[in-house]
Write a protein that binds this ligand. Structure first.
Ligand SMILES: [Zn+2]
Length: 461
């Protein structure tokens, strides 16, 4: 054995126990000073008055606009073209002069969007999923982004018992690919594969969860929903004594899905709105059903279909965000294509954040009708739950307006009457604007990131 191999062997022997010890250190100490600073700031500033919040947010916005103009070629050109002088930027209204930033613009101007201050620094790629078309790649300052993001996430989770000063054993059911099997123990957490989750091995997943006894299950809603549906349909009790909450990420969650998960695990389901571009984050409140927009993560505008600001209670609009996290590749007025419902109420918890009553969906969560209208996929969740005893899984697919196919893995072969009933219920939900075809399949593949999607939407929206 040569010297290099010997070192490699020793490293392998000591790495695992060292990592295990390292992960017994609470987040607050392990992530160091910049995490502590950010976390403490969030804990304190969440109780600020509306005026104090707005004042600080405007300072952040001015700072970003100036930085973008002086160091980012794309914004220098854009501001000059539209005669925008960052020095005259005085109020939030001034942002309206800046044209929107879209995924297409980012792709076309990729290099010109990188700040000259960061050209020689080590940047990391952040890629967004995107079920239709090519995924979008962005660059960010590795350390700043990771630490700040984690401070925000753990701050939001603290609303359901996550303790940065303690140990938070998590069972993680997302896009990980455990080596050689569908689960592994890593960094004191139980990592389970969402790719391999299927109706045959769900009982094994439940056994591992119960045995591990985590404080939190950190998961894609679509994955935990498969387990919850299975447990309820088979009248299985899931008793995880230390479990505090189910932490859902990455996907929108409907009220129906929340009820199912909560019923199966007998614990609250906590979710926040966020996206891989890190331009906006809004966490659920522990005392109400509202989402609170975090004002110092980014500046968020909710734009209606006629290009106005949503202002009335429950008014719907697209989330357009300006990120305060990424100075390496600034995103100003970035169109997320996600839809939110605004609320003007004041939350009973005492925080003075802008509220969102509902995140209605992502662009890829709509069907397109015969009249080329967008209708929500969520309308059909009830239909899927109503046939839960007949099928293991179902997934919608659309590539033509007005036509939808539903791929199902049946438990027993569906007879003609059952098929007709499903088709009729679907038509009546969507007022005859969508025709359904049912296709029986043996397997439904997951996305590249291991998500189970309820709809594969091939029409560009
Ligand atoms: Zn609240």
């Amino acid at each position: 054995m040569n010297y290099k191999e010997l070192i490699k062997g020793i490293k392998k022997q000591v790495e695992r126990p060292l990592r295990y010890c390292y992960f017994t250190i609470p987040d607050y100490i392990r992530y160091g000073e910049s995490f502590q600073k950010q976390y403490n700031f969030l804990e304190e500033s969440q109780w600020w008055t509306k005026e104090k919040q707005k004042e600080f947010q405007l300072e952040q916005l001015k700072n970003l606009i100036n930085h973008a103009y002086s160091t980012v070629p794309y914004y220098k050109k854009l501001f000059d073209l539209h005669e925008i002088n960052p020095r005259n930027f005085k109020s939030f209204d001034d942002i309206k002069k800046i044209p929107y930033l879209t995924k297409e613009i980012i792709k076309e101007n990729f290099n010109d969007l990188i700040s000259s201050e960061y050209r020689n620094k080590k940047l990391v790629e952040m890629s967004t999923g995107g079920s239709t078309g090519e995924p979008l790649i962005l660059l960010a300052d590795k350390n700043a982004d990771k630490v700040k993001e984690w401070a925000y996430v753990s701050h939001l989770w603290s609303r359901v018992g996550y303790n940065v000063n303690g140990l938070n054993r998590r069972a993680i059911l997302m896009g990980a690919k455990p080596v050689g099997n569908y689960y592994e123990y890593k960094n004191r957490n139980l990592i389970m594969s969402s790719y391999q989750l299927n109706e045959k091995n769900i009982p094994n997943y439940i056994n591992h969860l119960v045995k591990f006894n985590p404080s939190f299950i950190h998961c894609y809603p679509s994955s935990i929903l498969l387990i919850a549906n299975y447990a309820l349909a088979n009248k299985m009790e899931i008793n995880i004594s230390k479990l505090k909450a189910i932490l859902c990420v990455s996907e929108n969650i409907s009220d129906e899905q929340r009820v199912i998960i909560s019923k199966a695990f007998k614990k609250p389901v906590y979710s926040f709105y966020g996206h891989s571009e890190h331009a906006a984050i809004a966490g659920e409140c522990e005392k109400s059903n509202y989402y609170h927009l975090e004002p110092f993560y980014g500046y968020t505008e909710i734009i209606t279909s006629d290009e106005q600001y949503a202002s009335k209670e429950g008014e719907k609009g697209e989330i357009v965000s300006t990120s305060f996290l990424n100075f390496a590749m600034p995103l100003i007025r970035y169109k997320t294509k996600d839809i939110a419902l605004l609320s003007n109420k004041v939350c009973c918890c005492g925080r003075n954040h802008q509220l969102i009553s509902k995140i209605e969906g992502r662009a890829q969560e709509y069907f397109i009708t015969k009249d080329n209208d967008k209708v929500m996929l969520t309308g059909s969740y009830k239909l899927l739950s109503s046939i839960q005893d007949k099928i293991y899984m179902g997934q919608f697919y659309q590539d033509t307006p007005g036509k939808v196919s539903l791929k199902v893995i049946p438990k027993i072969k569906l007879n003609d009457e059952e098929l007709c009933n499903i088709i009729e219920s679907f038509s009546s939900i969507y007022r005859n604007q969508l025709d359904l075809i049912i296709e029986e399949v043996e397997y439904i593949p997951r996305t590249k990131r291991g998500k189970f999607k309820f709809l594969i939407q091939k029409i560009e929206i």
